[in-house]
Design a protein around this ligand. Structure first.
Ligand SMILES: Nc1ncnc2c1ncn2[C@@H]1O[C@H](COP(=O)(O)OP(=O)(O)OP(=O)(O)O)[C@@H](O)[C@H]1O
Ligand SMILES: [Mg+2]
Length: 303
């Protein structure tokens, strides 16, 4: 059994009768990177705010390292590092000076050593003495990660860490998050509405919509063992189609066929076509993306 670092039980938040988070159950294991995914208004930030002890739940509870957000909010806050969507740095002070303030507030031991190490981790060693007002959004976000880690939290929560950042900057932030999870041995919970980003670094994800968890698991759990093989041939016949249907679910569009199946059937497909005297003009294999799975899940939910 893996150790659970963050757990929620029927966690619910209502605002004047409007249900923002509708009794969710999450289990995040120690040391993993967990992605909380969902469209705008799904309830991600509300969930995170409850986990941070910033807003009280209407019902249910959550635990960080076994400490209840209702009963032990101080212990919870001590253990959680947080990167908010809007960072509150002093623009007229340097990166180093800003981190010194956070270190003092959190009574960090050997602050200079820790600040130096963290600036290195987020790739800002050469920017320590530059005023934060001169930083790009991506650099500020990286400084925010260093800031959240100063107190050596056991859980790091990031709300939309790549929002408003260009693809290259986003890539850098994601790879920093990934290496931190390994080097600092912390548990990471990040929210995002960008699937392809989460897909790259998260061990497991939960998909949220309208306050509910629609699906939760590893990407393999959610995507399943699904393969999609697309073929174009010079001729198509009912005879060929009949044989292809033995391999999986078949969709046809003139001389193009798509087979969805649970294994790689390229060899069989080629053999069938060859036997019927048809030529393979194009053959392509792919796995459905998380974006498609996401759409499917949300559509099922709407039905
Ligand atoms: N203080 C509040 N009072 C009333 N309704 C609120 C409050 N905070 C959030 N909500 C509502 O709760 C729902 C969930 O909001 P939340 O901010 O958690 O979504 P989100 O998943 O973080 O969305 P986004 O991707 O836009 O950040 C929204 O419909 C929002 O309008
Ligand atoms: Mg949000």
């Amino acid at each position: 059994m893996r150790e659970v670092a963050v757990k929620t039980l029927n966690l619910r938040k209502e605002y004047d009768g409007f249900v923002a988070v509708d009794g969710i159950n999450l289990e995040i294991y120690r040391g993993e990177i967990f992605g909380l995914l969902g469209p705008n208004g799904a309830g991600k930030t509300t969930t995170i705010s409850m986990l941070l002890g910033l807003i009280p739940p209407t019902e249910g509870d959550a635990w960080i390292d076994g400490f209840s957000i209702r009963k032990d909010p101080i212990e919870v806050r001590r253990r959680v590092g947080f990167l908010a969507e809007n960072l509150g740095f002093y623009d007229n002070m340097t990166a180093w000076e800003n981190l010194v303030i956070t270190a003092k507030l959190n009574k960090v031991e050997n602050p200079e050593e820790r600040i130096e190490k963290l600036l290195g981790r987020v790739g800002l060693s050469n920017w320590a003495d530059v005023e934060v007002g001169k930083f790009s959004r991506g650099m500020k976000q990286r400084l925010g990660i260093a800031d959240a880690l100063l107190k050596k939290p056991s859980v790091l929560i990031l709300d939309e860490p790549t929002s408003g950042i260009d693809p290259k900057g986003a890539e850098e932030i994601l790879s920093i998050i990934q290496s931190l999870a390994r080097e600092e041995k912390i548990t990471i919970l990040m929210s995002s509405h960008l699937l392809h980003q989460v897909e790259k670094i998260c061990d497991r994800v939960a998909i949220m919509d309208k306050g509910k968890i629609v699906a939760q698991g590893t990407l393999k759990d959610l995507i399943g063992e699904k393969y999609r093989i697309e073929i174009e041939t010079d001729k198509m016949s009912n005879d060929i189609l009949e044989d292809l249907r033995n391999l999986g679910e078949v969709e046809v569009e003139e001389r193009k066929v798509r087979i969805t199946t649970n294994r790689d059937v390229r060899r069989e497909v080629s053999a069938i076509l060859y036997a019927k005297g048809a030529i393979v003009l194009d053959l392509h294999i792919s796995r459905p993306s998380l974006a498609e799975i996401y759409r499917e899940l949300l559509e099922t939910e709407l039905k």
